[in-house]
Ligand binder design. Structure first.
Ligand SMILES: [Zn+2]
Length: 445
């Protein structure tokens, strides 16, 4: 049987692939899971047609760092002392999470990400309180139907003994996951390690954790340089001295990491994830190191981090990234040589797509509308009042679009959103379960 063919017809295609370019009016053919062709005109009589007139056709976004399990308590921790978030979410409340709370939080977060055009998300899951919690998170990502990287973390215990100078090695259950769930790297869901690194674990521990990830052949993602208290640890420099930096690593935040450390990242091919909206809201986390990264050639990816402190959608991250950089450089705050004086809207879109695919090790599969890659894409309506009339597709998407403008989303050729509505998910039941979980987690009636 030949694969199902879908012809996305007559859209304004922004491919984010230099060889394909932009097509103000173009067709995109999906065959099975993959993009078969992108051209001004494609004839495919047997294909199901998706009318993309008055739509911008874009690659799906890639979010490289999201604590998705926290979604049911979203928006509660932005205007309070940041340490309260750590004490509550990563202490008391996180330790009390049941597997069903992990499931519903992760499902709600993943479904909302898809609704806003995020087709790939790295679930930074540091709530591995038991193997049942782990199974719940993986099942939720599977049920949501997005391309996911499940980044397996550690258990939350009140007192946070896993997070301060820890002597405990990464949970060995990750070996079982590799065997039972993630034996292939060609699946929709793949595995990574959410590792603690030098800021949370003792030297022998973080070194053996990374050796374990490398033994399993998976990537690792680590928080670095968030808040001034972590600056003296010089985690990146420690890893460099130990010969542990590599292309299989992504560092998150890096706000207080030294310029020399950011240069070490660039030299070793370490990628970066900036949770822009969250970083701007988490007062005291430090200045976002955009200029310092761009100066040494790092193209950062973007992320929603924790929805307890910010909006998780990628439009918000892009809009803030652009404004932050313009404001930072315009205010002459940068002291870095060689930092670009400004960035373009298209570069910001690159951070949200291509750079994210690179930072998750999936650049060969997603991140651009390239024939042969997986069909992960979205259609954004240009006729909506906040966008019309569109004269610059990239400008419209980066400056002003929001999840409500996303008409259609495909993941691996499968339509998970059509005509503005999520398909194949009972949203009423999702809302009810999310509400019940929130009440439990917050201890409310
Ligand atoms: Zn984080």
């Amino acid at each position: 049987m030949s694969p199902r063919r879908v012809l996305v017809r007559g859209g304004w295609i922004v491919s984010m692939d230099a060889a394909v370019g932009d097509l103000p009016q173009g067709d995109l053919l999906i065959e099975g899971e993959c993009i078969a062709a992108v051209a001004p005109r494609i004839d495919a009589d047997d294909a199901e047609v998706v009318d993309a007139r008055d739509m911008i056709v874009l690659p799906g976004f890639v979010d490289t760092h999201r604590h998705t399990w926290q979604t049911c308590v979203r928006h509660r921790y932005a205007d309070i002392e940041p340490q309260i978030y750590f004490a509550e979410m990563l202490g008391r409340k996180g330790a009390a999470y049941r597997p069903e709370d992990v499931y519903i939080g992760t499902l709600l977060g993943a479904v909302s990400a898809l609704d806003g055009g995020i087709t790939t998300m790295l679930d930074w899951s540091h709530v591995q309180n038991s193997p049942e919690h782990t199974e719940a998170a993986i099942q939720a990502l599977r049920d949501a139907g997005l391309r996911g990287v499940f980044a397996h973390g550690w258990p939350l215990v009140e007192g946070a003994s896993w997070m301060f100078d820890s002597t405990r090695g990464h949970p060995q259950d990750i070996r079982r996951l590799r065997r039972e769930h993630f034996a292939s790297d060609d699946q929709l869901l793949t595995l990574a390690m959410a590792a603690r690194g030098p800021e949370m674990a003792q030297r022998e521990v973080w070194m053996s954790d990374l050796q374990l990830a490398r033994e399993l052949g998976i990537r690792s993602t680590i928080h670095m340089g968030a808040y001034a208290r972590n600056a003296p640890v010089r985690g990146i420099a420690q890893m460099q001295a130990a010969g542990m930096l590599g292309e299989d690593l992504t560092f998150v935040h890096c706000c207080h990491s030294g310029c020399d450390e950011i240069a070490m990242m660039a030299d070793a091919g370490v990628s970066a994830s900036l949770g822009v909206h969250c970083e701007m809201n988490a007062q005291g986390i430090g200045d976002i190191p955009f200029d310092r990264m761009l100066a040494v050639g790092i193209r950062p990816s973007l992320s929603g981090d924790t929805e307890t402190k910010c909006a998780g959608d990628m439009f918000t991250q892009m809009r803030h990234a652009f404004s932050y950089y313009r404001s930072w450089m315009g205010g002459e705050h940068s002291t870095v040589k060689n930092a670009p004086a400004s960035i373009t809207l298209r570069e910001v879109l690159e951070f949200a797509t291509v750079a994210g695919a690179q930072a998750t090790g999936l650049a060969h599969r997603t991140g651009s509308l390239t024939p042969g890659k997986q069909a992960d894409l979205m259609l954004v309506r240009t006729t909506d009042l906040n966008l019309t009339p569109v004269s610059d597709a990239v400008g419209a998407v980066v400056l002003a679009a929001h999840p409500g403008n996303v008409d259609t989303v495909f993941v691996a050729g499968n339509a998970v959103k059509r005509q503005g509505r999520m398909t194949g998910i009972d949203l009423e039941s999702l809302r009810e379960r999310a509400f019940a979980s929130q009440r439990y987690v917050l201890g409310l009636p």
